[in-house]
Design a protein. Structure first.
Length: 325
């Protein structure tokens, strides 16, 4: 598809990428979203918690959006709540997924969530299809969650035919390239925040699995790459951090995607490098719609309205793709 010309215009202080990113994550508030939690037991005995919000639409057309958060996010992050609030107003039920260990309770296995854990996406979709008969499914992922759904959609695996469309926002489709971006000096505050939370989870895992993790490695984890080297890779069957980045990056799966996808990545997103903007793929791909606003930050896209640009674009894209019945 041709590249999409973006209509997003950052105003005032939101022209600064870091201000846009931090305001959206830490200062913006979204109220009035009711969520009902469901615990799903996975095939390996672990669990994932889903926070459901339901539309009041009386339409016979059932539409369900699965939303996947970013690194160290939850279903209650502002970007999740804002998108849910927009979607349920327009007839979409929303399943906001808390990835393993992200719902406020540590998961039961040595493994946790990671950027390539598409098997969990498949299990959640199968679970929802088991009781929401004849619903149209839509996927929405933010950052890590965006990579997760794109990988799922492009892999050589069975997928149900009721998946209609997907939106991936601020997505690091090349994980190693994105890591290089995060390691720049101007991103120290994000690295510090992520690493603080990830080290805390490693410490909890260390208490639960003292025979498989060790305190010496915990002390060595002083960067995001070292966290992946000492935890993510060995806990999930990768040889090392580089093997994890290589096998889990969704960029290699884009060509195989067969449902309409909107990839919204701002050019000033400090979490992304050049390989996270698949211009050549989008130009020749029948389903990949790439939109690259000049501004927006990382999951920012703040406006002077009560909704963000990415929330408005997600709704508009899903509405266009909806199959009428």
């Amino acid at each position: 598809m041709p590249l999409i010309e973006s209509t997003y215009t950052a105003r005032g202080p939101f022209k600064n990428a870091h201000f846009n990113t931090i305001f959206a994550a830490k200062l913006r508030r979204v109220y009035g979203v009711y969520q009902k939690r469901e615990r799903v037991i996975l095939s390996d005995g672990d669990f994932i918690d889903i926070d459901w919000s339901y539309s009041k639409s009386t339409s016979k057309l059932s539409k369900t959006v699965l939303l996947f958060h970013g690194l160290e996010g939850t279903a209650k992050r502002t970007y999740m709540l804002g998108t849910v609030k927009q979607l349920i107003k327009h007839g979409y039920d929303c399943a906001a997924i808390n990835l393993r260990s992200c719902s406020g309770e540590i998961n039961t296995k040595l493994r946790s969530y990671h950027s390539g854990a598409s098997e969990d996406v498949a299990e959640i979709i199968s679970h929802i299809n088991s009781f929401k008969k004849n619903t149209q499914l839509y996927l929405c992922g933010f950052s890590l969650g965006g990579n997760l759904i794109l990988k799922y959609l492009g892999e050589n695996r069975e997928r149900p035919d009721n998946i209609i469309a997907a939106v991936a926002i601020s997505t690091p489709i090349d994980l190693f390239d994105s890591l290089g971006a995060l390691e720049r000096s101007g991103n120290w505050i994000y690295r510090w925040s992520f690493l603080k939370d990830l080290r805390a989870k490693y410490k909890m895992k260390l208490s639960n699995f003292p025979g498989e993790l060790n305190a010496e490695n915990y002390r060595k984890i002083k960067s995001l790459r070292l966290f992946d080297e000492y935890y993510t890779a060995p806990a999930h069957g990768f040889k090392d951090a580089l093997d994890y980045y290589t096998k889990s990056s969704s960029s290699q799966f884009l060509n195989q995607i067969k449902v309409p996808v909107l990839l919204l990545n701002a050019k000033d997103d400090s979490f992304l490098n050049e390989k996270c903007y698949p211009v050549a793929v989008s130009k020749s791909h029948p389903f990949i719609h790439l939109e690259m606003p000049e501004k927006g930050g990382h999951v920012g896209f703040m406006t002077t309205r009560r909704t963000t640009y990415n929330e408005e674009r997600t709704l508009a894209f899903f509405n266009v793709q909806t199959v009428k019945s």
